[in-house]
Design a protein around this ligand. Structure first.
Ligand SMILES: Nc1nc2c(ncn2[C@@H]2O[C@H](COP(=O)(O)O[C@H]3[C@@H](O)[C@H](n4cnc5c(=O)[nH]c(N)nc54)O[C@@H]3COP(=O)(O)O)[C@@H](O)[C@H]2O)c(=O)[nH]1
Length: 890
């Protein structure tokens, strides 16, 4: 099932993502739940810790307030007993009578010892004068009208008893608290006050003995917000060093103003700045206030610990959960990857996995299906077991170079199945590296492309080949012509396009039927193909029209035309042989139009038109004929063909003769002659060898013609041998390369010498440098064998070729013949003069004779003599002519 047939959410990759998303969401939700749980716990505990602190502070404040209140019960009791005493008749008499001060003071001292809190006891008169005091520091008659307790009674006539807030005593220079009781007569008239002066330090001492919890503070203040005592002390003092210290704290002020008995609040201490939970408790009926504080920081110390513990637990859980999630997702991905890999592995592609040493580790089912090898057969083996042998070592070297350098290679490879069948495959090889960058595996995938290639071949065949004959069609022919035209420009080689049309095909078709017509075309195609080389293109353009492409025929258009003509004749000849069709013998002919091509300026269309026009002309000229596109060339070809035909007859008709051109020494004495062939044509007169020798060479007629020349020259030598004036003359005979290379050349020369009786040492064979371009060793051997028999050799046209000097030295030569082109120019052209001079010098160093040909002027000869040349040939000494024309010195 392919991925495209499933809904997207069911695609494997999609499913993997969905699970992944869910797992992450679940993990985050769990974390959130845990976070909320921890936050709930912490909030609750935070609240409870503060509540506990608050409750403890309230309880403590209540307790301390009780204690403070109870303290004043002592003073109250003392005052009550004093009041009883001083309101008794005796007491009143004591107070009223002056001079009883000592008795009064004794009484007061007796009562003042009842409690440590009581600092002093005193009796104040109704006028506000101290009558007596238990403390001698306060003398009788001291005015207390300015003190708050006296003023309180003054202002309120009904006031019986009153406890003062802290007040400053100028006598003791300290703060005190006074507990005063009204003294009155029997009529209720105001007689003064009994006053207990209390020592506030006692509160501090008592508080000092109290067990305090950490972070707890306890303060006692009066309603004027002056501290009486505080624990812990602040600054550097003790608990009582704070006595009288005013406290400025708005919340406390507000509480006192509200008249409430107690309150709690959370604020920073105005004394030490620490934030505390405070419980404030008024001391009932007294102008005092107890403030108990619990430091929030201490109260929440445990809570903070729990907070950090839970944060730690949360982080550990989150990290652990994250790790587990990652692990799970990793496994999920891996499993997914493996599933995908497993699915991918079993595809329509053949797959091979090897280790880094190219040993097969795994193949898939498709591999087995394509190659025929089961997995067990190939495990541990090298994939080269599949190689077909069609690719050479270089191919595989490049392939592996690509894999190593680029990481992969892909291309077409021919491999061999287990059955031995060779098949094409499209192969991709990839190198696999680990994280450290080391090569670990190779993975190859391939598909069998046999069918694709067959289909391609079929399409190619249909597109480019004629289905009836199997020949290239017009399209392929045009492709090849285009390519040939391009190639012809740099190579300089001519090619030829031939259009061939069957003359009587329609007649065959009409009389014997289309099937026979088809057979005829097939047989014609086969015959034409037999005439041509594999490098030529024979195409069927359609109907009974064929085309032939001849490539690289040469650079000389005339010769190329001749070759094309010869091949065209062969094609026409091949058609003429009767064919067997439907039980009948049929003779068919064709017409051919030829055009040559080379120039890149000529377009493809022009060439096709030219071939077409040439074919048209051939058709017009009658059946079984050919025509060239260029009429001038056509004429030349005709002339050439005629000349060739005549040349073939010339020997038999005895139309050749030899002219001799003298060769002289520096004193112009005749030393030899060069035999030069002449053709006495019955119609055209004397034909130059320059015209017919190349033709004779092309048609190999040069071999018999050359033989004739040699024979004639030898006969001339024999004729001269009997006359002392001519016996020493040597005859130079031109030998063409073809003639020289002809098998049996040596034997033929020797046979001619023997037959004629000519002295071999008088015969000089002129050869050209072209002989030594190819097969030079054979040429040297031929020369050596003839030279052994006395025949000498001259190297003709010397200087125009490319003979290597080192090789030249090894040739059995006798003479160098300076080419006439250099001689002609030597007086005008420094380069020619330099060449001639070096040839003369070279001949001297090689100990060879040297002769200059083409000498036409005295000046040329003088220059040559001056430069060491002593043999000459040229019009200056005589043109080639009949033997009788030679001027022989006697
Ligand atoms: N294989 C054979 N080749 C032959 C034979 N006979 C001749 N040839 C070759 O034909 C080419 C033309 O020869 P030809 O027309 O005879 O010309 C020769 C001389 O007439 C010409 N010549 C000599 N002296 C002068 C001169 O002063 N001026 C001038 N313009 N021309 C001169 O040179 C030709 C001889 O050349 P070479 O052979 O290189 O010595 C020519 O290539 C012949 O070789 C034959 O029998 N076989």
């Amino acid at each position: 099932m392919s991925g495209e047939s499933l809904p997207p959410e069911e695609w494997p990759e999609s499913g993997h993502r969905r699970i992944r998303r869910r797992a992450i969401a679940l993990y985050l939700l769990a974390l959130l739940a845990l976070l909320l749980l921890f936050a709930g716990i912490l909030l609750d505990q935070h609240r409870r810790d503060l509540e506990v602190g608050q409750e403890r502070a309230s309880a403590r404040a209540d307790l301390v307030a009780e204690w403070v209140a109870s303290t004043f019960e002592v003073s109250e009791h003392t005052l009550s007993s004093l009041v009883q005493v001083f309101q008794s008749p005796l007491g009143q008499a004591l107070v009223a009578r002056r001079g009883n001060d000592a008795a009064l003071e004794a009484l007061l001292r007796q009562h003042s010892h009842r409690h440590a809190l009581i600092d002093d006891l005193g009796i104040v008169s109704a006028e506000g004068m101290l009558r007596a005091s238990a403390n001698p520091a306060f003398p009788p008659g001291l005015d207390v009208t300015g003190l708050p307790y006296f003023q309180a009674f003054e202002q309120d006539a009904d006031l019986q008893e009153w406890v003062s807030p802290l007040y400053w005593s100028a006598v003791s220079q300290d703060f005190h608290v006074a507990h005063a009781h009204r003294l009155q007569g029997p009529d209720g008239d105001f007689r003064g006050l009994a006053v207990v002066r209390l020592n506030p330090a006692l509160f501090g001492e008592t508080l000092e003995r109290l067990n305090m919890t950490r972070g707890e503070s306890i303060a006692i203040a009066d309603t004027e917000m002056r501290l009486i005592t505080r624990r812990p002390a602040f600054g550097e003092g003790g608990a009582m060093d704070v006595l009288g210290t005013p406290v400025s704290e708005p919340l406390t002020r507000a509480f006192l103003d509200s008249g409430e008995a107690s309150t709690t609040l959370r604020t920073a201490s105005p004394l030490d700045g620490s934030e505390r939970l405070y419980a404030m408790q008024r001391v009932e009926g007294l102008p005092f206030l107890v403030v108990v504080g619990e430091r929030v920081e201490v109260l929440l110390a445990g809570w903070w610990q729990r907070l950090w513990l839970l944060v730690g637990i949360f982080l550990v859980v989150a990290a652990l959960g994250g790790w587990l999630l990652r692990h799970y997702l990793g496994r999920l991905r891996l499993e997914g990857g493996l599933r995908i890999a497993a699915t991918a592995f079993e595809t329509h592609l053949g797959m091979v996995i090897t280790d880094a040493q190219a040993r097969i580790l795994k193949v898939n089912d498709t591999f087995t299906r394509i190659t025929g090898y089961a997995e067990a057969e190939v495990l541990g083996r090298n994939p080269s077991l599949l190689s077909s042998g069609r690719h050479d070592e270089t191919f595989y070297r490049h392939l592996w170079e690509d894999v190593r350098e680029k990481g992969s290679w892909q291309g077409e490879v021919w491999n061999r199945r287990r059955s031995g069948e060779v098949f094409p495959e499209w192969l991709t090889i990839s190198a696999v590296y680990n994280e450290a960058g080391e090569l670990t595996h190779y993975v190859a995938t391939f598909s069998d492309i046999t069918q694709r290639k067959a289909a391609e071949a079929e399409i190619h065949q249909l597109a480019f080949y004629d289905p009836l004959t199997g020949l290239p069609n017009r399209r392929l022919m045009l492709d090849r012509l285009e390519g040939a035209l391009k190639d012809s420009y740099p190579s300089g080689q001519f090619g030829a396009l031939l259009y061939l049309d069957l003359d009587n095909f329609k007649q065959v078709n009409d009389t014997l039927g289309h099937h026979a017509g088809d057979q005829l075309l097939q047989q014609v195609a086969s015959r034409l193909g037999e005439v041509l080389h594999a490098s030529d293109t024979l195409a069927r353009l359609g109907g009974d029209e064929f085309a032939v492409l001849l490539h690289d025929l040469g650079r000389d258009p005339q010769r190329v035309a001749a070759v094309a003509e010869r091949i065209a004749h062969k094609l026409l000849g091949a058609l003429q042989v009767p064919l067997s069709l439907a039980g009948s013998s049929v003779t068919i002919t064709g017409s051919i139009g030829v055009t040559l091509y080379r120039d890149h300026h000529t377009t493809l269309d022009e060439i096709l038109q030219q071939a077409d026009m040439a074919l048209f002309q051939a058709k017009r000229a009658g059946r079984d004929t050919l025509r060239f596109f260029d009429p001038a060339m056509q004429a030349q070809l005709h002339a050439r063909a005629r000349l060739e035909a005549d040349l073939r007859q010339a020997l038999a008709r005895d139309e050749f003769l030899l002219h001799y051109q003298p060769q002289v020494d520096a004193d112009r004495r005749l030393i030899g002659v060069e035999a030069l062939l002449r053709w006495q044509h019955p119609e055209r007169g004397m034909v130059s060898p320059g015209e017919f020798i190349p033709l004779a060479e092309e048609n190999r007629l040069i071999v018999p013609i050359g033989g004739w020349v040699l024979e004639a020259a030898c006969r001339q030598l024999v004729a001269w041998a009997g006359d002392p004036a001519t016996a020493d003359l040597r005859v130079s005979v031109n030998v063409s390369p073809q003639q020289f290379r002809e098998v049996g050349f040596v034997e033929r020369v020797l046979a001619t010498l023997a037959r004629t009786g000519a002295p071999p040492e008088r015969l000089k064979l002129e050869v050209t440098e072209s002989l030594f371009v190819h097969e030079r060793d054979e040429a040297r051997e031929t020369m050596r064998r003839l030279r052994e028999q006395g025949v000498t050799f001259a190297l003709d046209d010397f200087g125009t070729g490319y003979s290597s000097l080192s090789y030249l030295k090894r040739l059995p030569l006798d003479q160098l013949k300076i080419d006439q082109s250099f001689v002609r120019d030597l007086l005008e052209d420094e380069a020619s003069a330099a060449i001639v001079a070096s040839i003369i010098a070279l001949s001297g160093s090689l100990q060879l004779e040297v002769i200059a040909e083409g000498v036409e002027t005295e000046a040329q000869q003088a220059w040559l003599v001056a430069h060491g040349c002593h043999a000459f040939q040229g019009y200056l000494f005589g043109r080639p002519g009949p033997v009788e024309a030679l001027v022989i010195g006697r």
